[in-house]
Design a protein around this ligand. Structure first.
Ligand code: NI
Length: 170
């Protein structure tokens, strides 16, 4: 497992739509391993493959609490089947938009279908932080960032700030 460099806003790669996987090959398993390693190193609680530059529909999440054992979860081709009308708000951040946080309102409960690392189809009902995290990561697979869910004024300010920083890095 290798720690990969993260793609940072405003890199246009983040706006790509990721492709469905046809099979859970050893390459996909190794991609998921690299993603987990990269996420733990950052550290973060969720990562989509596109954030390390791979436009494939793979998401990793780990919501274990501090002092508890790691609980890695891998979602291949995740798809939201239904969303609750009830909504909840969390302060979100993103490894591709470091050190920026904002409150985002999303459906509180979702039903998600995905394929696990063994290639088996699974379905879960997620609520709480997992529901928000899954929606945030599935957004990434469609080229959507959490800042797309905040006010235009705030979004433009963040993009401007990160564009400036990228120019300084270049
Ligand atoms: Ni993110």
């Amino acid at each position: 497992m290798t720690i990969k460099p993260l793609i940072i806003l405003p890199d246009p790669i983040l706006r790509q739509t990721s492709a469905l996987l046809e099979d859970v090959t050893p390459e996909v398993q190794s991609l998921a391993g690299d993603m987990l390693e990269t996420m733990y190193d950052a550290p973060g609680i969720g990562l989509a493959a596109i954030q390390i530059g791979v436009p494939k529909r793979v998401v990793v999440i780990d919501l274990h609490k501090e002092g508890e054992e790691k609980k890695p979860q891998v979602f291949i081709n995740p798809e939201i089947l239904s969303s609750s009308d009830a909504r909840s708000t969390y302060e979100e951040g993103c490894l591709s938009i470091p050190d920026y946080y904002a409150e985002v309102e999303r459906p509180a409960t979702i039903r998600v279908r995905y394929v696990d690392l063994d290639g088996k189809a699974q379905e879960i009902e997620a609520d709480g932080l997992l529901a928000t995290c899954l929606q945030h990561e599935i957004d990434h697979l469609n080229g959507v960032l959490f800042i797309d869910h905040i006010s235009r004024l705030k979004r433009e300010m963040v993009i401007k700030k990160f564009t400036k920083a990228a120019k300084l890095r270049a």
